[in-house]
Design a protein around this ligand. Structure first.
Ligand code: PSU
Ligand code: MN
Length: 305
């Protein structure tokens, strides 16, 4: 019996039945991660990219008391334009569902809904992580705890340097979550292909990644695999330059008393404004790159089933 709070779009339902490759996509990146209208343009371009690479896109969001798996273009447009959409991580799900509100799902919430629907591959821009200063604030994204328990692979462009990359990698190690970088030894840092940290693991092809996923889950280990896909070199935003903006953004967040779930959207917006949209261009490029890789992995994963 299907969960009464999950509504699957007919195209996604048919793809699940036929065991076709599917890529889950989140909606917080649309409503809280990028400004309108670039957010809507990007979300639609990401879905197109997934299709062009042989998989069915399933963008996930909450409204009318249901978790919707697969949205229409009009629904994506709504999530990009409306200002009253809640950022929904796991702890917010029962509230937003029972109040029948509009909720944009984070990596954590999207993973859980994807898993319940039977989707195993998820592509996004960046996941949450351990924040700088977490030793006193305890700000660790629920994306990380969710990755310890839900068996959906996450394709991202690495860990943003607004976070503490070293502590985030430590957390993944402690919790037994494999971190695999595609095609290079260095772990990428979202806006840049470099980070200064060696990736715990490296694989070079979607087929190898699909084999790792099958092995992990068939063996009986639950939880995610973080697949780090470096931003294309011609789209990178220089690390040193970015560090200056990040410091300014972190200072502004302290001055303005920004806390909790508002921090990540605040920092992203601040940086996009300070770089006059240049970081947004990088963000869009890396999301598209991840959608393409997510589709390739979904194709290889389905073939290997
Ligand atoms: N990083 C980005 N863009 C985003 C997010 C993170 O570059 O849109 C969003 C994702 O939805 C992620 C969430 O799951 O922020 C993490 O929020 P928090 O740090 O509050 O857990
Ligand atoms: Mn947080």
């Amino acid at each position: 019996m299907m969960n009464p709070f999950i509504q699957i779009h007919p195209e996604v339902g048919a793809a699940l039945q036929a065991n076709k490759p599917i890529v889950a996509l989140e909606s917080t990146i649309i409503s809280h991660g990028m400004p309108w209208p670039k957010n809507v343009e990007t979300a639609l371009a990401v879905e197109k990219m997934v299709r062009e690479n042989g998989a069915i896109p399933a963008t996930i969001a909450i409204f009318n008391g249901k978790c919707h798996v697969g949205l229409t273009d009009e629904q994506i447009e709504y999530f990009g334009k409306a200002v009253d959409v809640c950022k929904v991580s796991l702890r917010d799900m029962p509230y937003v569902l029972s109040k029948q509100l509009y909720g944009a799902t984070t990596v954590a919430a999207t993973m859980r809904i994807a898993s319940m629907a039977g989707i195993r591959i998820f592509a996004t821009g960046g996941t949450g992580g351990v924040h700088r200063g977490a030793t006193s604030t305890m700000d660790i994204s629920a994306d990380l705890t969710e990755m310890t328990q839900t068996s959906v692979a996450v394709v991202s462009a690495g860990v943003k340097s607004i976070l503490d990359i070293q502590l985030t990698l430590e957390y993944f190690e402690t919790k037994g979550i494999p971190v695999v970088t595609i095609g290079q030894d260095e772990f990428p840092s979202f806006y840049s292909a470099k980070s200064g940290y060696t990736s715990p693991l490296r694989l070079d092809t979607p087929t190898e990644i699909a084999a790792l996923l099958h092995t992990k889950w068939t063996f009986g280990l639950q939880g995610s695999v973080l697949i780090a896909n470096p931003v294309p070199q011609d789209q990178e935003f220089g690390n040193e330059q970015m560090e200056v903006y990040i410091q300014q953004a972190l200072n502004a967040a302290v001055e303005q008393g920004i806390q909790g779930k508002d921090i990540t959207p605040f920092l992203l917006k601040y940086i996009a404004t300070r770089t006059e949209g240049e970081s947004l261009q990088t963000n869009i490029a890396l999301v598209l790159n991840n959608a393409k890789m997510g589709a390739a992995i979904a194709v290889a994963f389905t073939a290997g089933r």
